[in-house]
Design a binder for this molecule. Sequence first.
Ligand code: C2E
Ligand code: MG
Ligand code: MG
Length: 601
Amino acid sequence: MDEEARLAELRRYRILDTDPEPQFDRVADIAKRQFGVPIALVAFMDAERNFLKARGSLPFSDSPRDISFCGHTILDDAPTVVRDTLEDERFRESPLVHDGPKVRFYAGAPLVMPSGHRIGTVCLIDTKPREFSEDDAERLQDLASIVVDHLHMRYIVGDVHEEIETRRAAEAEAHRLAFFDALTGLPNRAALQTAMADGLPFGGKDGLAALFFDIDDFKAVNDALGHQAGDALLKRIAESLRRSVGERGLVARISGDEFVVFVDARRPEQVERWAKRLLAEIGRPLAANGVTAQVGASIGLAFGPDKADPGQLLTQADLALQHAKRHQRGRCVTFSADMAASVRRRRRVGQDLDRAMAAGEIDLAFQPIVRAGDGGLIGVEALARWRHPELGPLSPLEFIGIAEETGQIVELGRYILRRALAAGRGWPDLFVSVNLSSVQFQSTELVGEIDAALAESGFPPRRLELELTESFLLGSVDLAKSQIDALHARGVSIALDDFGTGYSSLSYLRRLPFDKVKIDRSFVTNVGGDPHSLAIVQCITGLARQLGMRVTAEGIETEAQAVLLAAAGCGTFQGYHFGKPMPAAAIGELVAARPRLAAAG
Ligand code: C2E
Ligand code: MG
Ligand code: MG
């Protein structure tokens, strides 16, 4: 038979060079006693050597194959019997006969595996010649069968065992992938949910704290520093959380830049201090690819008693985080009950918004904009008003902010624009200014929307002004420029609203072709008392004049303010001193009451 296949079969049983084992020793022992021989062996025939698995008291475990008797035994299915080695010309000269064990008698039965391969022997050795009957040969063969059965059994069990092990390892790996985040090695959202359902794996005897952690503007970090740096930052944060929480809590990464921590909270102040330190650590400047960035994060915290429901605590921490993001970015905020109320209210407002539009509950007020010189009415700003049937009048700052978050701003913006243009048609020499949310402004559909609204109302584009706040500048300047150009091409003008409050940099005035700047009310209010405010206003009007932009001062409440601002170079005014936001009909009356003037702006 093919020797290579035989060797492969032998290897399958993984028996070579293993230590003695009782099962094999016992067979050798039985053989010794049954046949009354001094030596009985269980041996396996490797390529070049005979490996003695059970060898009794023999001082060696290997013998060379070429001189071994077993080398003959494995050539035949029937036992090999040599009653006297000196009488057998195959062995007469063998060193085993003359030296070492001085073998005179040998009987060996092959280990014939189920595949038919003979991989070894059970054999008897004596130092004197012996008789060996057919019957003896059969009994020896029986002992060999016991060894074969044992080997085979071991193999099958081992195989099954191995299969189980492999499957177990695969399952463990699948579990790892399903429950641990590949980047940071932290438990993931699924693991967190499981842990929360099964009871948190640490003994919160004194109270429980949930911490919800979110990197501010993580996308910007990735954009500025590259994804590798972003990944490194996440790993650093994960490591720092893991290190400081240790066994006292649970850390999980539940989405790209969000981490959740549950910890023992014996002393809430201690947890708060820790959270603040964490923010300070994250806030260290981060450098990559030759760029340095300051990364911020916000944290929401919630505390509960030891038996607190972790799910509820996590919801509270999330509410606190939302509060931080909205009002105290970069801070650590602890949950309080009014946050839940505020979130409920926001949700309510968002839910009611569609119905309010359909029912015409949202209306527009118009505030006069006048010429500085003679106070003549030249335009109006449309301001959204919502008198909620149960919540009462809502500030546009509130419901527009919510609509921006939910995406309803697109629909609401369309609604406001159409109503403003419909009303404005009745005031042929006034311009109508409409506020645009930055979400609307960044949409590529904006220009199409405005075309449609203009076409539908028949309102002349030249009388339409759109107000943008500086927040839109967070988007791309190139996109802003192309939107403004497209609107200019239609004759629509663009005002920069609330100038001086946000990210304002005078350089934006140079980079984008605004038609008008509206100076924020905060400067106007201070202009009488604070020389800085006056200086800033003068600076803005000076630059605007250079760039060919008009300037409106917002929020003028007194005659004194009007005088100062006129002197500082503001051409148009808006504020309670000249008229509060009012219904369209009231503007209609103002228009009717005044002498006709040419449209101005
Ligand atoms: P804004 O565009 O700067 O509008 C001017 C705000 O100042 C209005 O508040 C107006 O009522 C108020 N105001 C005007 N003159 C005076 C004054 O002399 N004194 C004081 N104390 N306030 C004055 P309002 O109507 O509450 O609107 C607040 C903000 O909400 C607006 O600021 C604008 O950013 C936003 N908004 C209002 N309507 C809309 C809208 O239709 N669309 C969008 N996207 N935003 C809107
Ligand atoms: Mg405005
Ligand atoms: Mg404004």
